[in-house]
Ligand binder design. Sequence first.
Ligand code: SF4
Ligand code: SF4
Length: 110
Amino acid sequence: MAKKVGVLVELDYCVGCSACQLSCQGYYDLPVTETYMRVFLGKPDVVDGHHEMFMSPYAYRLDKCAYCLEKEEGNAPCAAICISRALHVGELEEMKQLAAKTEGRLALYS
Ligand code: SF4
Ligand code: SF4
């Protein structure tokens, strides 16, 4: 049985550039209307007196992520292109451990 995959986003470091989404689309040669990961830009909120934009990639085809991980030997195309090093794709247990160590807001998809 395939190992479970997790996608971890450090929300304090993600700048919402969408490179991960484009990289995923390019890797799978998907049309622009189709994607296995989408970057959402949320409404600005006031946090500690500052306006803050919520942004996060959302990976919703973890079966495809598992394929990437195996084919690219752990080097998922979306995470490899992230300039902020905010995105991590790996085995779920490994991602949970990383999440426990990482400071900042986190989103973990599994
Ligand atoms: S996770 Fe990285 S590549 Fe994706 S939108 Fe955020 S900063 Fe850009
Ligand atoms: S791991 Fe692969 S399928 Fe999953 S979001 Fe990244 S590029 Fe797309």
